[in-house]
Design a protein around this ligand. Sequence first.
Ligand code: NOJ
Length: 432
Amino acid sequence: MKAFKLGNDFIFGTATSSTQIEGGDKNNTWYEWSKEGKIRDLSSPFTACDHWNRVEKDIGLLIELHVQSHRMSLEWSRIEPEPGQFSKDAIDHYRKEIKLLLKNNIEPLITLHHFSDPLWFKDMGGWMEAENIEFFTEYVEYVVKNIGDLVCQWVTINEPNVYSTLGYAIGIFPPGQRNIFKCFKVMRNLIKAHIKVYDLIHETREREGYQGKTIVGYALHIRIFDGLSFLGKKTAQCLDYIFHTLSIVGMTTGHLKFPLSEKGYINKRRTTDFIGVNFYTRNIVEFILCPSFYFYHLLNDKDLSKNDQGWDIYPEGIYRVCKKYYKKYELPIYITENGISDRYDNRRPKYIGNHLFQIKRAIDEGVDIQRYYHWSLMDNFEWIDGETGRFGLYHCNFQTQKRTPRKSAMLYAEICYYKEVTQKMIEEFSLE
Ligand code: NOJ
């Protein structure tokens, strides 16, 4: 690898989510899921990083990293513990946290929904019921009214494609269902919710006279599906359509494609200000004659190195994804997440260097990639992998809550500061 520069306007940041770091909340679906024994190491988000009580210290870590922006989410179940009842304490807590970020010149990018729902929302049927979109919009309106003076930049919904497929088709996320039709219903409702709050956030900030340019987008999990054989290629195209195209088209243009289409629902226009890409890996896809596995099987590439969870490390994928969707929509791209579970940190420095290199390659070819958020600031509650998925630039000891910088944190701090990968970094961190 040769040294390269991302440019002075490029924004570097880190990303976290409330359920994964805050701890202390029992009113959400992921706490309940953990109590049902669904987390591989039997841990629970009730512990996590105790960030709720350590906000100041953790912002200290962001300062050490020299990030210009931080992506964090709000816990809906804390802000609205009962339907229609909003917690002033919770919103004040987030106001304080956001003010502290701003005081340190760290621009907040706020995610409104990141995988977890309040238990009361689930009990009402959750995202399966179209009428429930209204509850989400009421929550968003409350949030924007109450912190919209501090926050200009928003992510509406994180990875609606993962939420709907893992929760309703594969059944490993709550509520653990295996029904493709329910999955499509949920996907449709999430897209419609995004479109509603896209407008709502713009309108509310404008009506309240809040300063700063409002920017609203989504964050989608986008991977590469490659097939090798003829059937493998066809199966990969189907997966790509279901897992990516339906959500991207819906959330970017307001158009519900088959099988999400609904009689009378036409809303074609631009419904996002940026495309948020969460990129981690690629899969090789094979066709299998087995309906209970939805006719596909995902394979690794034996020539690629893996993260701790066995996911292939494929930096070129981030280039391919950005090229593809920029060509299609010509909208700014934010890399809203990219990272690796690597407990011993022996692959992360190179992972960061190689992915940034591919981002630079796309930028040089005219793709408007404006930001990169590393997932994650510190080890946290990695959903069904619990405390074993170690994605942090900082190691977190969940018993003592001590945070310790990994070597990658030093590298990332330098990259954020200089906005470049220098020859010295390449040698010092063995990025070659
Ligand atoms: C994407 C999700 O948004 C995030 O919550 C998760 O921890 C990372 N992927 C890593 O799996």
